[in-house]
Design a protein around this ligand. Structure first.
Ligand SMILES: Cc1cc2nc3c(=O)[nH]c(=O)nc-3n(C[C@H](O)[C@H](O)[C@H](O)COP(=O)(O)OP(=O)(O)OC[C@H]3O[C@@H](n4cnc5c(N)ncnc54)[C@H](O)[C@@H]3O)c2cc1C
Length: 318
């Protein structure tokens, strides 16, 4: 096989999809709007501190995903969350460890934000990239959150089959406001994090206790609840910080050195598609990601692999 395939998005689904197709002999290019790999499996440096601002850990229930996760563990990329009674797996150097390793050997154009995708008269895809001109592809695989994928198609005037379009349009996402807090001394946050049952916060974890190597005494990730995030999403960083910090004061247990806000507009899908991916062979267009058949890192990974299987079979027959 030697077909030009463009994958949009270097999150876990896009990276596994691209690797799998490249391993099967296809010619693949990944376009990613950010500087880093991993999408919502991010690891972020704020001054001397290192945070996982998005996904905190993953769990493996499906056999195929568990086998894949075992290879990441054997390679020293992931480990169990230290001092936790839950079966939670974390990246050794942060959640981005696995995406970084998956990115090796792939052609990934970072800081390439796709603005629109069009069908060209030749039957191929034409992608408009912000500040980088046009990229053409025979097949286009979209792994960004579904509303973003649909916006790219709309911007390029692409009409999807009505039934598929209607199903995809039903998929929406919750936002999540994440506050990244550096403390002056060790925190009082329990080693395996806290999930408060009331108030504006749904998750607090200290990245130092999680095992991320750094030069600060405490680097705490705080995730606001879905309701709080939706209600206050458009407020300023100062306003959101002022509302969230008092609610977690007793968990912090030391004075705040800095607080940095990260806004996740598309945090988790509110509904998922019934199948693991969408593949439209007649126009060479596919969709994958955590909105397909099972949410979270595990669902996103399995979705990327499922789309790779569908496309590989198609290419072998073509
Ligand atoms: C706050 C938060 C906490 C979470 N906690 C957990 C957890 O503890 N455990 C768990 O399993 N899951 C968790 N998740 C969910 C998990 O992170 C996601 O389900 C998973 O990482 C999604 O992977 P993906 O590949 O589908 O999408 P993404 O990771 O979103 O990847 C999509 C990629 O597409 C890129 N992109 C978007 N638009 C464009 C464009 N126009 N051009 C080019 N590139 C583009 C994005 O930059 C991104 O890199 C959490 C998520 C958030 C936000």
């Amino acid at each position: 096989m030697n077909n030009t395939i463009v994958v949009v998005g270097a999150g876990i689904s896009g990276l596994l999809l691209a690797r799998s197709l490249q391993d099967a002999g296809a010619s693949v290019v990944v376009l990613e709007k950010s500087r880093g790999y991993g999408g919502r499996m991010a690891t972020k440096r704020v001054g001397e501190a290192v945070f996982d601002p998005g996904a905190q850990f993953f769990t493996a229930r499906d056999q195929e995903f568990a086998a894949l996760a075992a290879t990441w563990s054997d390679a020293g990329l992931v480990a169990n969350w230290p001092e936790s009674s839950h079966r939670r797996t974390v990246g050794r150097s942060g959640m981005t460890a696995v995406p970084k390793a998956l990115a090796e050997g792939l052609e990934i154009l970072r800081e390439h934000k796709v603005a629109a995708v069009k069908r060209h008269a030749c039957g191929c895809w034409e992608l408009e990239i912000e500040d980088h001109g046009i990229v053409r592809a025979e097949r286009l695989l979209l792994t960004c959150p579904v509303p973003q994928a649909l916006a790219l198609l709309k911007a390029g005037g692409v009409n999807l089959p009505p039934e598929t379009k209607a199903l995809l349009e039903q998929i929406t996402y919750h936002p999540c406001l994440a506050l990244l807090v550096v403390l002056s001394a060790a925190s009082s946050v329990p080693a395996d994090g806290v999930t408060p049952t009331a108030g504006p916060v749904r998750w607090i974890a200290d990245n130092v206790k999680k095992g991320l190597v750094q030069n600060v005494p405490a680097a705490v990730t705080i995730h606001a609840t879905v309701d709080f995030s939706a209600k206050h999403y458009g407020k300023s960083e100062a306003e959101i910080t002022a509302l969230l910090l008092p609610a977690v004061e007793h968990w912090l247990g030391a004075s705040v050195v800095s607080a940095t806000l990260h806004r996740w507009k598309f945090s988790e899908p509110t509904t998922t598609y019934t199948e693991r991916c969408v593949w439209l062979p007649e126009i060479g267009l596919g969709f994958a990601g955590d909105a397909f058949g099972g949410q979270k890192i595990e669902g996103a990974a399995l979705s990327g692999l499922a789309l790779a299987d569908r496309v590989s079979v198609h290419l072998q027959r073509a």
